[in-house]
Ligand binder design. Structure first.
Ligand code: ATP
Ligand code: CA
Ligand code: CA
Length: 314
């Protein structure tokens, strides 16, 4: 029995769909012993092209390596893989990057894969499942620390099952916080009888937040959801308020909560409003990793629109 590490990558079409399906098909070629996290990588070499999703699958199999390669190439072909230019964009790329025991060097197949020891997008997922994997010049874990010039971001540790959804916990926490802020203002706050400057500021923030949230909700249209998961099939909205900040509704709601608490002179409410802002910071981080799984354009959007919650601030 031989252990194989198979690097899988996609940067065309339904990238995560191609990878999920490939993992399933690879599993039929032997015993699947592990699947790495899902990573997003800017393309290295080749023509200008969109970002890749990458992962590594461990497979124990008694197939001869050349036979395994042929099976993998059939899977690639079934996913519409075209070989038009070297290192060009592809729906699915399956490489045997490492094996043990043994090695192979033939016309059609070289393992350990000759270029993998310099590729962070191979080494990082490989280390998730097999840090001692033999690579050119040593083992994966050692090679990884010497390749630092490439950006490879973890999007999800567990990504095979589409249905597993931690989203509802975020929603639960969000509504609990909003409810507490409402209670706090009703309980401790009072309508202004005297006009302090910070009450005026509160009124302005509340107004700005309300306008911001409704404009952004309108711009999002059918892509609007309280869930952190993107609406399936929805386009990425990059215009209007979304050209200024990436999560304008969250920023606006936080402003409105802080504004209302100031206006009604409720200190606890102000503190909760700041907490809400921190909460939205965390929730938007999770949400962006999910968006990057679905929208290849998200990386570029994030580079263009650098503010996450509040323009020129956060
Ligand atoms: P790279 O090998 O640099 O990642 P690539 O994956 O884009 O480039 P392909 O066009 O997919 O290259 O493959 C070219 C050939 O590489 C294949 O036809 C295959 O015979 C050969 N090859 C050699 N070693 C391996 C390996 N370890 N895994 C997969 N293919 C290999
Ligand atoms: Ca490759
Ligand atoms: Ca290949």
């Amino acid at each position: 029995l031989t252990r194989f590490a198979i690097a899988i990558g996609s940067n065309l079409g339904d990238r995560v769909g191609h990878l999920r399906h490939a993992v399933e098909e690879i599993g039929r070629l032997g015993d699947r012993r592990g699947v790495s996290g899902l990573y997003e990588t800017a393309p290295v070499g080749g023509p200008a092209q969109g970002p890749y999703l990458n992962a590594v699958v461990l497979l124990d199999s008694d197939r001869p390596p050349e036979d395994l390669l042929r099976q993998l190439q059939e899977i690639e072909a079934r996913h519409g893989r075209q070989r038009s230019m070297r290192w060009g964009p592809r729906t699915l790329d399956l490489d045997i990057v490492s094996m043990a025991p043994g090695a192979i060097d033939s016309d059609r197949l070289v393992v350990p894969h000759p270029r993998s020891a310099e590729r962070r997008f191979v080494l990082r997922p490989l280390c998730d499942v097999w840090p001692e994997a033999p690579v050119v010049g040593g083992i994966a874990a050692e090679a990884l620390v010497s390749v630092t010039d490439q950006k490879v971001d973890l999007l999800a540790r567990s990504w095979l099952n589409q249905e597993r959804d931690p989203g509802r916990y975020w929603i639960g926490a969000q509504f609990a916080l909003l409810f507490l802020i409402g209670l706090s203002i009703l309980g401790f706050g009072s309508l202004p009888t005297t006009w302090a400057w910070w009450r005026v500021l509160g009124g302005v923030l509340l107004f700005a937040g309300a306008i911001g949230a409704s404009t952004a909700a309108h711009a999002l249209g059918t892509a609007l959801t309280v869930m952190p998961e993107p609406v399936p099939g929805s386009e990425l909205v990059e215009t209007g308020p979304y050209g200024l900040v990436r999560h304008p509704i969250y920023g606006s709601l936080s402003l409105a909560a802080i504004g209302a608490s100031l206006l009604f002179a409720d200190r606890a409410g102000v503190a909760l409003g700041v907490l809400l802002l921190g909460f939205f910071w965390a929730k938007s981080g999770y949400e962006e990793r999910r968006l990057r799984m679905v929208h290849a354009g998200y990386m570029g959007y994030r580079d263009r629109v650098r503010w996450r919650l509040l323009p020129f601030l956060l």
